[in-house]
Design a protein. Structure first.
Length: 134
């Protein structure tokens, strides 16, 4: 039961937060950026249920990465390392594929930093850390 509290619950809580944050940001704040950009490319923005399910998988994997990083680093270090792993690398790839909408990062960067910080905070405060640092 102790391992459940210190492992599964922090990851679960962080996954829920990440999923909600991603849904709000991409469905309510940035949807027009995505759909307009894809339309200009002659593509249809992928919005099938399987795409949503894959974002759920991404959220879980991001939460697991945050949990692992949090074992060795402070809250601020965990935030920036996880943000780099979860977002910056993704933006480099989708930018290289030319499917990253222009202007999106001005909104996405601060919101993704907030998302990573709160997910790291959730993990740290809900028992997902090996030490008492940060």
């Amino acid at each position: 039961m102790d391992s459940l509290k210190k492992t599964v619950l922090p990851i679960l809580f962080a996954t829920i937060w990440i999923s909600l944050s991603e849904f709000f940001r991409n469905e309510f704040l940035l949807k027009s950026y995505w759909t307009n950009h894809y339309e200009k490319l002659g593509l249809i923005f992928p919005a099938e249920p399987i795409n949503g399910a894959m974002w759920g998988v991404w959220s879980l994997l991001f939460a697991i990465a945050i949990f692992i990083i949090a074992q060795k680093f402070t809250l601020i270090q965990t935030t920036f390392l996880s943000w780099l792993v979860g977002f910056v690398l993704m933006w480099i790839v989708i930018g290289n594929l030319h499917v990253l909408p222009n202007g999106l990062l001005t909104i996405a960067v601060p919101l993704s930093l907030l998302e990573a910080f709160l997910a790291a905070f959730i993990v740290k405060k809900s028992g997902g850390r090996a030490s008492q640092r940060g």
